[in-house]
Design a protein around this ligand. Structure first.
Ligand code: NAD
Length: 450
């Protein structure tokens, strides 16, 4: 499904028209392809105060074959090519006055950032600060990064990762994600890592090799994209969907060399049937992606119990019941990963979607509450909250609603199912053990619920 306006705005004639009329020009985003280098150009790393991550960041990027440039000097001298990434280690911040050094580094560096570039800030969480002044300085970064994300053009993004003391060993996976094309539609976000045992990656190209991954709602849309990306990354995928979607489910499973399992996740024996399948064929499960979801929209005052109950049953209760049964039955293998699909509606609310938004907000609370229990097993549970994603469902919206819905974000376009899939696949990697209890929005920094 192509984005007609983006394609027009990037054509020769369209560029002239959009420039003259001052219209937005959505960029073609940099998306991940296997074998691609981490960045299409050099990176520049700076620090605000005495940052404790700078050396590790430099080493990490050099190991990825990225040339690390010196920051722009006071007299404006630069070190060659325009950077593809600007990274600030802000772990040295003590007071708001120290933010001046963040500004001194970022302003000239971001000015030189090339299209589809990345700005990434790493900092301590405000909640761990020693003083109100330090908390203020750390929280200030939130406003800074979200504003940079709104100012960037050309498909570039800006994000912030909180790294508490002791969690330094967990940064490699999120840093790679945010710099790579996997995070194309993740913009203006703030997330945290925690300390964890990080296994050494066996194969960067196939991070999920040897893993068994269940994906629910895999017959079409975002679920089919998740199944394909996880198979590309090396997983054996057990693709789950309702019997009525059996033909499409079989097509997806065949295409990726996975297994199709027809199962209504709300059935009373759903968890038991899934467990039997996983135990008999695979001796357990490494990854579960709870993606299946439905909408039954009506204004609250007109919403009958059937609409309310069916949405709650598929979008929330089934995730709770199946995950609890997998825990109780000890079906999760060591280092297991669970990812639950929430929605921007669960953060911002949406007219006509009290049932859907309640279920999707519930997902966010659920992963946060379960995270400590998962951490004890060196496992993780996270959520992703997609914004406007271009699917068959959104293609059926009236033209005006669809155009507005897809443009009101910093990247001025809808995301693709693959953008959600890449984020989920990243969360399931062994190296992402330090990302737990988080909800990562895949919304291009949507203005809704920002
Ligand atoms: P979709 O309707 O295209 O696909 C959902 C799939 O889930 C279907 O194949 C359906 O058969 C399956 N399913 C529904 N009920 C099931 C059940 N009881 N048991 C097993 N399978 C069941 O939807 P999509 O757009 O691909 O959305 C996927 C997920 O992403 C959903 O959770 C949705 O709420 C969420 N989401 C989508 C968007 C978007 O813009 N498309 C935005 C935010 C969140």
């Amino acid at each position: 499904m192509s984005d007609w306006y983006r394609d027009f705005a990037n054509s020769g004639f369209g560029t002239t028209i959009t420039e003259n009329l001052g219209l937005p020009r959505p960029a073609v985003l940099r998306r991940y392809e296997p074998g691609q280098p981490l960045l299409p150009g050099p990176a520049v790393i700076g620090s605000a105060g005495e940052g404790r991550l700078r050396d590790a960041l430099t080493e990490l990027l050099r190991a990825e074959g990225v040339h690390v440039q010196s920051p722009v000097t006071a007299d404006g001298a630069t070190d060659g090519e325009k950077p593809a990434a600007v990274i600030l280690d802000a772990t040295g911040l003590r007071t708001p006055a120290d933010l001046a050094s963040a500004h001194d580094f970022l302003a000239p560096a971001v000015k030189r950032l090339r299209a589809t570039g990345r700005v990434l800030i790493l900092a301590d969480p405000p909640s761990d600060a020693d003083s109100p002044a330090q908390a203020a300085a750390r929280q200030a970064l939130d406003g800074l990064v979200r504003s940079i994300a709104k100012e960037l053009r050309g498909g570039s993004t800006a994000n912030l990762v909180h790294v508490p003391v002791g969690a330094e060993g967990s940064i490699a996976s999120p840093v790679r994600f945010f710099l790579s094309g996997r995070s194309a539609y993740v913009d203006g976000q703030v997330m945290s890592v925690s300390s964890a045992d990080i296994p050494v990656a066996a194969d960067d190209e196939k991070p999920l090799a040897g893993k068994v991954a269940v994906v629910t709602g895999a017959a079409r849309g975002i679920g089919a994209a998740i199944a394909k990306v996880m198979a590309r990354d090396g997983a054996h995928v057990v693709a789950v969907d309702i019997p009525a979607a059996g033909d499409k489910l079989a097509e997806v499973a065949n295409e990726i060399g996975g297994t199709a399992l027809q199962l209504d996740i709300t059935a009373s024996d759903a968890a038991q049937r899934l467990i039997e399948h996983l135990e008999e064929r695979h001796g357990g499960v490494d990854v579960v992606v709870h993606n299946a979801g439905i909408t039954r929209d009506k204004l609250l005052v007109n919403m009958d119990a059937a609409r309310w109950n069916s949405v709650m049953a598929v979008n929330l209760q089934a995730m709770l019941d199946i995950t609890q049964a997998l825990l109780d039955g000890d079906v999760f293998k060591p280092g297991a990963r669970v990812v639950c699909v929430s929605s921007q509606s669960g953060i911002a609310g949406n007219r006509g979607q009290t049932n859907y938004a309640a279920s999707k907000a519930g997902v966010i609370g659920m992963v946060r509450a379960w995270a400590p229990q998962f951490a004890e097993r060196n496992a993780t549970i996270n959520a992703v909250a997609p914004g406007f994603i271009v699917t068959e469902m959104t293609a059926k919206m009236p033209f005006g609603t669809r155009e507005i819905g897809s443009r009101i974000n910093s990247l001025q376009q809808g995301g693709l199912p693959v953008d959600v899939a890449e984020t989920i696949a990243w969360l399931t990697q062994p190296g992402s053990a330090g990302v737990n209890g988080q909800t990562v929005r895949v919304c291009g920094q949507s203005m809704l619920g920002a």
